[in-house]
Design a protein around this ligand. Structure first.
Ligand code: ACO
Length: 327
């Protein structure tokens, strides 16, 4: 049986930069607080005309071009997102139409910030079984629209962006191991309470600002530090490797302190860790594929490199995989 690997990558971040100093002008916060607690210096905000499918479409077109295939070759599109254009139809269907992938099935997958890791793991199984030849997986967010501009605790953390990968069969390398996890009993720690069937939008909801994300930062922090190292160790073991064999470590970019803690627990040196949080903040399901695309475009990844990607988020969920680069 042929292996499954990543044969194309692409990403897009909006042009608008919002620095911590810009945040100081609208909230009771400081560059010093944000930098030292999170590692964020600035983030990107989508323009008022842009929704998640707009960002996803650009990232997808770049990934398809990189893969050297045509949109009609794609059998399935999965968009991992927490900020779909509309609750339905799926953002993936909008992307399918925009890129002209007329032979593709399309659906969204919601797994918090772990969305792209989940989407890519799911997509890879469809190729492994022979159902599809090429699968496009996208992590895309205009997550800043889900945040309360008056809440300094959450608003400073997030940014918008999109990253995409084309998956296909390859001769050597590709995915070596995967792991997905969820603990729904922790759901209350990171929630967008209103706008779904539990609490439809109403004047009362708007007055209480329940249409925005609520978060227990300390609980999310604890879960994330535990999961980043636990899942990474599991996929390293499953692949029959040691931490020394990992060439690149791409963790979800939620907080630099979480990344540092994970890196130390795993014994992975700093120069192998990809950090973009200073520039982009937390763009939720987009952080990992955007970071992957950045080091790829910078020419840093060599054929045969083993890349460990890991994420965690609302649900609570976590997921990780190791891919041996085959391009
Ligand atoms: N500016 C200034 N002060 C602030 C801000 C702000 N933006 N936000 C909170 N504070 C204050 C608090 O009010 C508190 O003040 P007090 O001591 O007078 O009550 C003080 O700073 C410390 O608050 P803590 O909650 O203890 O801060 P902590 O060190 O835990 O950092 C943070 C908060 C950054 C949210 C951290 O808990 C964290 O990163 N948690 C992980 C959550 C996360 O990454 N979420 C991202 C989305 S989820 C995901 O991607 C999985």
């Amino acid at each position: 049986m042929l292996n499954v690997g990543i044969i194309g990558v692409g990403s897009y971040v909006p042009e608008k930069r919002v620095t911590n100093f810009d945040m100081e002008k609208i909230l009771d916060t400081s560059d010093e607080w944000i930098r030292t607690r999170t590692g964020i210096k600035e983030r990107r905000f989508a323009s008022s005309e842009q929704a998640t499918s707009d960002l996803a479409t650009i990232a997808a077109e770049r990934a398809i071009k990189d893969a050297g295939i045509s949109p009609e070759d794609i059998g399935l599109i999965i968009v991992g997102t927490n900020s779909p254009d509309t609750l339905y139809p799926a953002t993936a269907c909008r992307v399918q139409a925009r890129i002209g992938a007329k032979n593709a099935a399309a659906f969204d997958l919601q797994a918090g910030c772990t969305g792209w890791i989940y989407a890519t793991t799911v997509g890879a199984q469809f190729i492994r079984t022979g159902m599809y030849k090429y699968v496009l997986t996208i992590g895309a967010e205009v997550i800043t629209r889900m945040m309360d501009k008056t809440d300094r605790y959450t608003y400073v953390l997030f940014g918008d962006g999109a990253g995409a990968a084309v998956l296909g069969n390859i001769e050597d390398g590709g995915f070596l191991s995967y792991e997905l996890y969820a603990d729904g009993s922790l759901a209350q720690h990171l929630v967008l309470p209103a706008g779904g069937s539990r609490m439809p939008l109403s004047q009362e909801v708007l007055d209480k600002r329940l249409q925005y994300t609520t978060m227990d930062g300390r609980e999310v922090f604890k879960f994330s530090v535990r999961e980043i190292s636990r899942l990474s160790k599991n996929v390293i073991n499953k692949a029959g490797l040691t931490a020394n064999d990992i060439d690149w470590f791409i963790p979800h970019q939620a907080n630099l302190r979480i990344i540092d803690a994970g890196m130390k627990r795993l014994g992975i040196p700093k120069e192998k860790v990809v950090v973009t949080i200073d520039k982009y903040g937390n763009s939720s399901a987009a952080t990992v594929p955007v970071a992957l695309d950045e080091i790829y475009r910078a020419g840093k990844i060599k054929k045969g490199d083993k890349i460990l990607m890991v994420s965690f988020g609302a649900g609570m969920t976590s997921g990780a995989f190791i891919v041996e680069w085959s391009k």
